[in-house]
Design a protein around this ligand. Structure first.
Ligand code: GDP
Ligand code: IMO
Ligand code: MG
Length: 430
């Protein structure tokens, strides 16, 4: 399979992991390149469900190699929980899981700081996952971060950790007036144990990927979050702290742009969002509740109910422009089975004037009134359909209309259920 990037086109939870798992069969290496354990990536194989936060979703396939790139903020505790869970399920990761020595560590004080910032009444509440993502990236950018490679030089790690403890204690207690209940010696001991276990996985992953490319191996890049959670292009400040777009693969994994053959946008057949921030097509009514119920829309990381609304083509058009999608994978189409009528947002109106593009400022987004088109539903179960032709006519019309509104990007996949088997391949990657 060509070297491919998978990116969420909305606000995350589009079903990226399901598509990653499906495409893993045709790939050699699956690479996470940004984000951290804020991601909740669900894979279902023969009814058996696994939620990944740190380990790439391709690991379920025996023999496939998985890489955690330098752009990831690495949560070692969560990583080991997943490795143990995989082992319990009889899935061995030995010799096929690699962590970049340049990936920054998420340490316990990052999580403490994340929560302290969120509960500080002086701050705007983002509704973060509490996984320490923002503070860990902040340390990286201010050049006081600690990387996985530092664990292999224990004196250096101890010195860096000591400095960080003093600074974070000050921030938590003095700035946020919260309790700093971490003990330095205990944390040091905890990371001594963690290091023993993760050291064998740490290496120069950029070098590893370069050699894999030389050997003509196929790379599948696993995006996390979604386009509108991107730190630059998303609905700032209601975003995550990394670049979530396809373009961040190069820096986050250490590969050149010419490596990439395809960018697949994962497009949920409706829209969801977790946490705070603008969401033009949100339905705070029975339709929204029905979408949540039918789509089981509860966060895979925090369990929070996801906010739900109709498909927004303005959002997806912007995602196409920002990521350069060459294909789209339409997911969760089956969730719409129960609707008599389905709405699609074709454009916005601002003071009665048509607007086709997504604004860049919160103020302008607030002024946008979504304009909908109503399509007839299909009102039957499509979760067992095996081919595009088997889909009811109204479902095919819905897909066609979405494509028309989205620059006619060809569909790679239509997903009609959470299981690996509930996948209709429309136009394979060549
Ligand atoms: P990700 O973060 O983009 O990987 O998505 P999540 O795993 O957070 O959320 C997607 C949810 O939808 C998971 O529970 C998946 O098992 C489920 N899912 C994925 N594709 C489909 C689909 O086509 N139909 C249905 N009903 N569920 C799906
Ligand atoms: P996947 O990869 C959905 C959201 C949080 C919050 C904002 C900032 O499963 O699609 P953070 O903890 O990153 O500082 O939180 O971003 N968020 C996600 N929403 N899916 C995700 O990941 C998310 N990762 C972060 O809810 O609004
Ligand atoms: Mg998710």
């Amino acid at each position: 399979m060509p070297n491919t990037i998978i990116v969420g086109s909305q606000w995350g939870d589009e079903g990226k992991a399901k598509v990653i798992d499906y495409l893993t069969k045709q790939s050699d290496l699956i690479i996470r390149y940004h984000g951290g354990a804020n991601a909740g990536h669900t894979v279902v194989v023969d009814g058996d469900k696994f939620i990944f936060h740190m380990v790439p979703s391709g690991i379920m396939y025996p023999g496939k190699k998985c890489v955690i790139g330098n752009g990831v903020v690495f949560d070692a505790e969560q990583f080991l929980v997943e490795v143990d869970e995989l082992k319990e399920k009889g899935i061995s990761v030995e010799g096929r899981l690699f962590i970049s020595d340049l990936a920054h560590l998420v340490l316990p004080y990052h999580k403490l700081l994340d929560k302290a910032r969120e509960s500080d009444s002086k701050n705007t509440k983002i509704g973060t996952t509490g996984r320490g993502i923002g503070p860990a990236y902040a340390d990286k950018v201010t050049r006081v971060g600690i990387r996985t490679g530092d664990l292999l030089d224990w004196d250096l790690f101890t010195e860096k950790l000591k400095k960080a403890f003093a600074e974070k204690k000050f921030l938590v207690e003095q700035m946020h007036k919260a309790t700093f209940d971490l003990d330095f010696e205990e944390t040091l001991k905890q990371f001594e144990e963690i290091t023993k276990r993760i050291a064998p996985y740490i290496c120069d992953t950029a070098d590893y990927l370069f050699n894999a490319l030389q050997a003509k191996e196929n790379l599948l890049f696993e995006g996390a979050q979604g386009t509108f959670l991107d730190i630059d292009h998303g609905t700032y400040p209601f975003v995550t702290s990394s670049n979530t777009l396809s373009g961040s693969v190069c820096a986050g994994a250490g590969v050149g742009p010419a490596t990439i053959d395809h960018v697949v946008g994962i497009v949920k057949a409706y829209t969801t969002r977790v946490g705070n921030g603008p969401f033009p097509t949100e339905q705070l009514n029975e339709d929204g509740e029905l979408l949540r119920k039918e789509g089981a829309e509860f966060g895979a990381t925090t369990g929070r109910p996801r906010r739900c609304g109709w498909f927004d083509s303005v959002v997806v058009r912007k995602a196409i422009a920002l990521n350069g999608f060459t294909r789209m994978a339409l997911t969760k189409l089956d969730v719409l089975n129960v609707f008599k009528e389905i709405k699609i947002c074709t454009h916005y109106e601002v003071d009665g004037v048509k607007r086709e593009s997504f604004p860049t400022t919160l103020k302008d987004i607030e002024k946008c009134v979504p304009i909908y088109e109503t399509l007839p539903g299909w009102e039957c179960d499509i979760s067992q359909c095996n081919s595009y032709e088997e889909l009811p006519e109204n479902a095919r019309k819905y897909i066609k209309r979405i494509q028309e509104l989205c620059y006619s990007i060809p569909a790679l996949i239509v997903s009609v259920g959470p299981d690996r088997s509930q996948t209709i391949e429309v136009e394979p990657l060549t």
